[in-house]
Design a protein around this ligand. Sequence first.
Ligand SMILES: Cc1cc2nc3c(=O)[nH]c(=O)nc-3n(C[C@H](O)[C@H](O)[C@H](O)COP(=O)(O)O)c2cc1C
Length: 317
Amino acid sequence: MFRQLILVLKGIGVFYNDLKFFIENSNIDHSNNTKAKLLSTLIASYHIVEKGLSMPNRRLGFGKEAVMALSAKCSLYAQKYGDNNDQFRYAISILKEYDDLHKQYNFTLDVDLQKSISDLIEKYNIPAARQNQMTKDEFFAYTESSFDKFSVSRHSTRHFGGSIETAKIIESLDLAKNAPSACNKQITKSYIITKSEMIKEILDMQQGNRGFGHLIDKLIVITTQYCGCTRYSDRFYPFVDAGIYTMNILYALHFHKIGAIPLVWLSTRERDERLRDIIGANKDEIPCLIVGVGDIADSVICAHSPRKSIKETVVVC
Ligand SMILES: Cc1cc2nc3c(=O)[nH]c(=O)nc-3n(C[C@H](O)[C@H](O)[C@H](O)COP(=O)(O)O)c2cc1C
């Protein structure tokens, strides 16, 4: 009992510091009050539009609010930090791609939307982006190539066109289990969801699959656990392990020519409990991420999702 009390008191300090750090440094209040926060929301904003541009059954005039929001963020970013940033410039090229697409089909955009886009396009004069369109054979052309080619060829897909045998997914998970984990404790687990009513309920809760969720054939739910943590300072390892494991799953699925899309799990106590109930997970398992899988369509468009340059992401000390 006394030991328990000491642990709780120590934990309050640790988690209070996490909470403080999170509130100060996340963008949970949407203040966009640092360059890094504004750039992150700008990227998230252009990603919504590039997803729209690469979506199956794309309808013209889609995403008016998202495009308006993107234009507003571009203007704000340029005003505060200038235009010398690759991700900012890509955001403008997405607006140009959106504009070109509608012009190509003689589709008249709402006046306010057209003005917000045209002002930025004319000001910066950046060529249009182009989402990657490819055949199924091209998508899987490098599955047996050297790692540099294989790694570059993996993309998330939202263009699913058929079913994949559960045995094939198990084969991929058997390969993915080679992922390293802290002290080799292997506290991560995968659940393959095959029943359509379960898939639908999980995707309804997930929320990030609009426009393509109905095409997903099966789901993999990835869970982790705290059981391996012996100190408060271990508290992030279960999630680090889950991330490394998931990346191996994505590569293993690609190797086996299975289309995949990682889907964020928006954790709340109620949602976690319901998901555990649906998949039959133990109470101590923490759902981390979902991967939608399926056979891919004969022709796919992949969102370009350009990466930041090495100058921005690597520091040699
Ligand atoms: C943790 C995580 C959560 C994601 N959640 C979603 C999601 O909810 N919906 C979606 O369409 N894509 C989602 N994605 C896919 C990303 O948009 C995609 O990985 C990113 O744009 C990079 O593209 P690539 O996977 O083709 O390299 C997620 C990816 C990760 C890693």
